[in-house]
Write a protein that binds this ligand. Structure first.
Ligand code: BGC
Ligand code: BGC
Length: 819
């Protein structure tokens, strides 16, 4: 490794002898127990103020979708009360010890998004489209104000990843694939959240402590696999992936979060070179490095509850949500035995105290605390609405259809038109952004509501019809729609749950395309408003639209869309389209890593593309509708269920001939007696596996089934195996069968009872079946309706994860059949 790859940054702060003396005095009074306590960040679900006092814990966090008292509707006052309780506990020296204020961190990543009623800004990708640095600073400031009301001191934002592969489930948390945009925004967001460095309100009052995350290379993992390996050369790591750090650090960012990913095989949480030599020494960072959610456990030799190696490498604070007590005990032993270097321990504590002192936590002045009117205020919503306007990217506009005249009959269709869950995406009230409904968004405006507010006051009429149907009396004037605005796009996701194997939109299940073409066939001009966390392959949808707007994940202020979509009554443009692509838009599905720095850069729309309403359309031709471009490359794995069932496959339970029961949440069962019970469990990470319990009262199956038949014949030709991770928790004593269905009367079965009996009990193992085994028993792979059905005649319990079709894996399959 060559440190010359990294610029030498000047220290962000001038020497401050008084500050350092104050810290030294505190450290001198602290016992080793108190020091170790500072290194621990526990999650509010798993720790009480009493424990904070007893263990002298340095920090707490609330994870995505955790609220005070486990109450989703906890008020700002409830948040503040809990924060005050933690603070008081940390300052309570009645058992001896030094009073050190606790610091509470939260993921305020697009507004104070864990609180019902907060202003929700567009996710970072949409902000990247706005190309407006000062807007970012203003959003940072508004976010800090909303957070400050609740007594939370610290946000785990901004994410300054430079996402390179659109399959990554966190692409939307990245401002851009372009490091220079990320660099400009990182500085602005840090300034907005923390205040101007060294000014008198820096980190005080209306400001927060910010986090630059995830250090480093999170956006460049192989195949866009979250938490995977980034294998770029060091010069590229420094130039591309670290671009945001080179501006966030000089802006004075106080914390940096270590990343889950590894760099050339070595996990960042244990990377002494990157954390200490590069970040702290070379780049001059004097704040503290916080770990990511149990991220230390990936370091070789470490577990959730023991990881001296991470501290020795330069991590200063463990994010250890539930197992903090065991980790505390082991870390204490390691500090006492010298396994954790004493100077290193003191340095970590010094860094944490430095940030706490700089942030004024000892003085505990909270001028905004409890001023709940700030949360979701008109001013902040106005700002979010401005951001929405600026984030819209016009990609197609045949015959200059947009902006529309408002005084018309406007049919508003698509399942995202009046849907705040889709509009706000992941990291919204819940971690994945799923499970929310209209009541969870008081004060917000859906895209349809925004449209109707504009149209209805001009004598026009906007009618919501999700499925696009209408009749003679749908519109007041008895005429049909003049135009259809169709709003559709991705379902919410966060982190690895959003990783994709393929960037084709609605692969195998093109319901939105059907809606668009249906309208187009009736001669109705169609405007697509596409909501997504990344560019996706949408050539077909684009062809079926007269105008196409990439609207990303706009957040709570849907009215920003109508602002740009409609002219005023006089026909004047009210707000011009100004957004430009923060990511290159693919022409083919194999273009998952696509950016101008590559040779043969052949996007559909280049980085920076975006039309204005007067631009003559350049997409009045038919785009290629051939998505199968991987003939030149290798066939990708087909994901059937990886963390969650993957489109077009859905998970169902079925007993004998009765109806399918959809497994949508993290728990589902069939029959009043719960004969088959499916629940989400953790294998390597949260809810990435399913536990299936067959009581055996009746025979029945769980299955991955699509709405329409799928052609998987290429997988058969390319010698694929069906592969999965499996754990047998209760032995299989009755016939058990793997089935693939190919429509009415077409089926192939592979008996599995004996192979499952030979697996180790209670341990995860990889299991695979040669697809030939199914072909030989009659499966026609050109028309698959269920890609896997597991049928049991008796009681058994299995845990399953990572169900895929893997090309070229047949030869090594556990269950083989000669072809
Ligand atoms: C994410 C971080 C986040 C943390 C706390 C992790 O899983 O990677 O971005 O800050 O959880 O919620
Ligand atoms: C938490 C998130 C966290 C994730 C990481 C979830 O349960 O709510 O905040 O990022 O786990 O694994």
């Amino acid at each position: 490794m060559d440190i010359q790859n990294w610029p030498k940054l000047e220290a962000a702060f001038p020497p401050d002898a008084a500050l350092e003396t104050r810290i030294s005095d505190l450290i001198d009074q602290m016992s080793v127990e108190e020091k170790v306590g500072q290194l621990i960040q526990a999650e509010i679900k798993y720790v009480t103020p009493d424990e904070v006092k007893k263990y002298h814990l340095g920090s707490v966090l609330n994870g995505g979708g955790t609220y005070p008292n486990n109450d989703k509707f906890a008020s700002p006052e409830d948040w503040l009360a809990l924060s005050e309780a933690f603070f008081a506990a940390s300052m309570d020296t009645s058992d001896g010890g030094v009073a050190i204020p606790i610091i509470w961190g939260s993921d305020a990543v697009h507004g104070h998004n864990n609180i019902v009623g907060a202003t929700l800004f567009p996710h970072n990708i949409g902000l990247g489209a706005a190309r407006d640095v000062e807007l970012i600073a203003r959003i940072g400031q508004a976010t800090a104000r909303e957070v400050a009301v609740t007594g939370v001191d610290w946000t785990f934002a901004p994410t300054i990843a430079v996402a390179r592969d659109d399959r990554w489930g966190r692409t939307y948390e990245s401002y851009s694939e372009d490091p220079s945009i990320v660099a400009d925004y990182a500085e602005a967001m840090v300034r907005g959240l923390q205040g101007e460095k060294l000014s008198k309100d820096f980190l005080r009052g209306e400001h927060l402590v910010a986090t630059a995350k995830h250090f480093v290379g999170d956006g460049g993992t192989n195949r866009g696999i979250d938490r995977g390996d980034n294998a770029v050369p060091e010069a590229e790591l420094a130039k591309v992936h670290a671009a945001g750090y080179l501006t966030a650090l000089p802006a004075g960012v106080q914390t940096v979060m270590a990343s889950f990913n590894s760099w050339n095989g070595n996990r960042l949480h244990g990377h002494k070179y990157l954390l200490t030599e590069v970040l702290k020494n070379r780049l001059g960072f004097d704040g503290f490095v916080v770990g990511d959610w149990n991220g230390h456990r990936f370091v070789p030799g470490c577990s959730v509850d023991s990881c001296a190696a991470a501290i020795n490498a330069g991590l200063d604070m463990f994010m250890v949500p539930s197992d903090w007590k065991a980790l505390y005990k082991n870390t204490l032993l390691q500090a006492k035995s010298g396994e954790i270097d004493q100077l290193r321990l003191d340095d970590a504590v010094r860094r944490i105290l430095r940030v706490k002192i700089r942030a004024g936590l000892f003085e505990h002045q909270r001028p905004l605390a409890g001023k709940s009117g700030i949360i979701g205020s008109d001013e902040h919503r106005g700002l979010a609405r401005e951001a929405v306007r600026k984030s819209l990217v016009l990609l197609k506009n045949n015959k200059q259809l947009l902006p529309l005249m408002p005084s018309q009959n406007i049919l508003v269709a698509g399942d995202a038109a009046d849907n705040l869950t889709k509009q706000t995406g992941g990291w919204t009230i819940s971690w994945q952004g799923t499970g929310n409904s209209r009541e969870d968004f008081p004060g917000a405006t859906s895209i349809f509501e925004g449209i109707s507010a504009v149209v209805d006051k001009t004598g026009g009429q906007a009618v919501l019809s999700e499925d696009g149907s209408f009749s003679a009396d749908t519109f007041r004037n008895g005429a049909g729609p003049d135009v259809a605005v169709v709003v559709y796009g991705e379902e919410p996701y966060a982190e690895w749950h959003g990783d994709l194997a393929n960037i084709e939109y609605q692969m195998g299940n093109k319901t939105d395309l059907a809606l668009l073409s249906g309208l187009q066939k009736q001669g109705i001009p169609v405007v697509s408003i596409f909501l997504s966390g990344r560019p996706l392959w949408v050539n077909k949808e684009m062809n079926a639209s007269d105008a196409f707007v990439a609207a990303w994940l706009p957040g709570s202020e849907g009215s920003g869309v109508a602002d740009v979509l409609f002219r005023d009554v006089e026909g004047q443009v009210r707000f011009e389209f100004t957004g430009t692509l923060p990511f290159s838009w693919p022409m083919y599905t194999h273009q998952t890593v696509l950016n101008p720095y590559h040779e043969n850069y052949e996007p559909l729309f280049a980085l920076g593309y975006g039309m204005q309403s007067h631009t003559r359309s350049s997409v009045n031709r038919e785009l290629s509708e051939v998505s199968e471009t991987y003939t030149e490359g290798a066939l990708e794995d087909a994901w059937l269920m990886v963390s969650r069932p993957r489109s077009p496959w859905n998970l169902y339970i079925q007993e004998e001939e009765s109806q399918l029961v959809a497994v949508s949440g993290n728990l589902a069962s069939s029959g009043v007696d719960e004969n088959i019970l499916v629940s989400s469990i953790d294998m390597e990470s949260q809810e990435d596996a399913r536990l299936i319990q067959w009581k055996g009262l009746r025979s029945g199956s769980v299955q991955l089934t699509a709405n329409s038949d799928q052609d998987l014949s290429r997988y058969l030709r390319e010698r694929a195996a069906l592969t999965l991770d499996i754990r047998v928790d209760q032995p299989v004593t009755k016939p058990f069968t793997a089935v693939i269905d190919c429509g009415e009367g077409c089926v192939g079965k592979v008996p599995l009872q004996s192979s499952l009996q030979s697996l180790p009990a209670g341990r995860w193992t990889q299991f695979s079946i040669d697809l030939q085994c199914f072909a030989k028993t009659g499966v026609d792979f050109t028309q698959i309706s269920s890609a896997l059905r597991l049928e049991s005649e008796g009681p058994t319990t299995l845990a399953l994860a990572n169900i895929k079709l893997v090309p070229e894996a047949a030869a090594k399959a556990v269950v083989k059949c000669k072809g």
